[in-house]
Structures are given as structure tokens and as C-alpha cells.
Design a protein around this ligand. Structure first.
Ligand code: AMP
Length: 224
């Protein structure tokens, strides 16, 4: 297998961002988070950021056409040519089909879709305690993974904040959106034989080990 084009699927708060960060270090491929890209656009008050903000604040999905355009531009960059880890994209069937089309035009394909499975009650517990570093997007949890210094990022010393969309009523909306619009991707990738399920309720190190084992198997299967 010459490249690893990995998708991480899972409800909000499943730990996709945490795992993608760890995998990026192992695999030397870029980690592309559409959520992070959108938040950067909102911060810069770009045209895209202005369009996306109201959807994000409400816990709704940003329209497919905006997301697909943003993802296409990102995946065309040089650093994504030998593989990528996608966190938070695709999130609808339409996006998944658009991704397949983008890749097949380049004679590339999705290597696997890793589902990090976590029940709703656990999602609510995790997200309500999540704090994110303003600068680099590093994730913490007030209870399960606190920073060394209160409200300050260990990695870059910037302040930790609660995301607007980690407020309880928005969390519930995001979960509903996940079940309605993103869960259909599970059978989409399963039908193609690309789905790999991971129990996301274990701690981050165990989940990481499990994903690494899945990747090792994929590499073995593809005989490289
Ligand atoms: P995340 O950080 O992945 O939870 O994304 C935060 C928010 O950004 C989501 O609640 C959506 O409003 C928006 N978003 C991120 N990725 C996508 C996507 N692939 N499609 C639509 N909206 C997205």
C-alpha cells in the first residue's frame, strides 16, 4: 500500500481529534479536520467563516457545497498527496460520494473508514468537560485529561476555552445531527468492505493502540 487515506468517523466527542493527532505523529501524513479549518475561518472572519458560523453555533452541519469545496482544495495540497487522515469529513452521504469522486479522478481511494464508537451518554459527559486551546486546537478535559496548569495549554501555553458548540443544548443537537446525517456512512463504508470498528469508550492510549493494530492489518492485507 503506497498511501494511507484514512477517514475517522464517530459522534462528536468520540476522540477523533485526539486520535488523529496521535496518528499523524506515527504515520507522517497530514491530519485534516474540517471542524478546525472552519473554526480558523470563523476566527479570521473570512467569507466562508461568516457563512459557516451560524450553522456551527447551532450544532448543525455546514452545507455540503461549502464543505466539499474546502475539502477538495485542502486535499489538493502537496502534503496530502501521499495520504491523509480525515477527521470530521465526510459527514453526509453526499460528502462521502464527493470524496470518492475526488479521489477516483486521481486514481486514489479511501483505504479505510475507522468508526470510533461511543454511546450518547458518554459523549455528553466528555463534551461538556472539554476545553480547547485557542491557538493550536489541542484538547483537554477538566476531569479526565486536565492540563498541568489550570486553563493553560501544555503544548503552547495559550488559554483554554470551551467551544460554543460544547454547551449542553448544542451537544444534544450535534448528537441528533450525527445520528440522522452521519450514521448512514457506517453502512456506506461497510458495504464497500472499508469499515473498521473501534470501541471508543476505552482510554485514548488503548484506542490509539487498537487503531494502530487496524492499520498494521490493512498494510499486511495490502501486502506492503
Ligand atoms: P467538529 O470540530 O468536527 O465537531 O466540527 C464542528 C462543526 O463544524 C460541526 O458541528 C459542523 O457545524 C461543522 N462541520 C465540520 N465538519 C463538517 C462537515 N464535514 N460537514 C458539515 N459541517 C461540518
Amino acid at each position: 500500500m503506497s498511501e494511507l487515506n484514512l477517514i475517522l468517523i464517530g459522534p462528536p466527542g468520540a476522540g477523533k481529534g485526539t486520535q488523529a493527532e496521535r496518528l499523524q505523529r506515527d504515520l507522517d501524513v497530514p491530519f485534516v479536520s474540517t471542524g478546525e479549518m472552519l473554526r480558523a475561518n470563523v476566527k479570521q472572519e473570512s467569507a466562508l467563516g461568516k457563512q459557516a458560523k451560524r450553522y456551527m453555533d447551532a450544532g448543525d452541519l455546514v452545507p455540503d457545497d461549502l464543505i466539499v469545496k474546502m475539502a477538495r482544495e485542502r486535499l489538493q495540497l502537496e502534503d496530502a498527496q501521499d495520504g491523509f487522515i480525515l477527521d470530521g469529513f465526510p459527514r453526509t452521504l453526499e460528502q462521502a460520494e464527493a470524496l470518492d469522486e475526488m479521489l477516483s479522478g486521481l486514481t486514489r481511494r479511501v483505504t479505510a473508514a475507522v468508526l470510533i464508537d461511543v454511546p450518547d451518554a458518554e459523549v455528553e459527559r466528555r463534551l461538556s468537560g472539554r476545553r480547547v486551546c485557542e491557538k493550536g486546537g489541542h484538547n483537554y478535559h477538566v476531569e479526565f485529561d486536565p492540563p498541568k496548569r489550570d486553563s493553560v495549554c501544555d503544548e503552547d501555553g495559550s488559554p483554554l476555552v470551551q467551544r460554543e458548540d460544547d454547551k449542553p443544548e448544542v451537544i444534544r443537537r450535534r448528537l441528533a445531527v450525527y445520528h440522522e446525517q452521519t450514521e448512514p456512512l457506517i453502512s456506506f463504508y461497510d458495504d464497500k468492505g472499508l469499515l473498521r470498528r473501534i470501541d471508543g469508550t476505552h482510554d485514548a492510549a488503548d484506542v490509539h493502540d487498537h487503531i494502530r493494530a487496524v492499520i498494521a492489518t490493512l498494510r499486511h492485507e495490502e501486502n506492503v
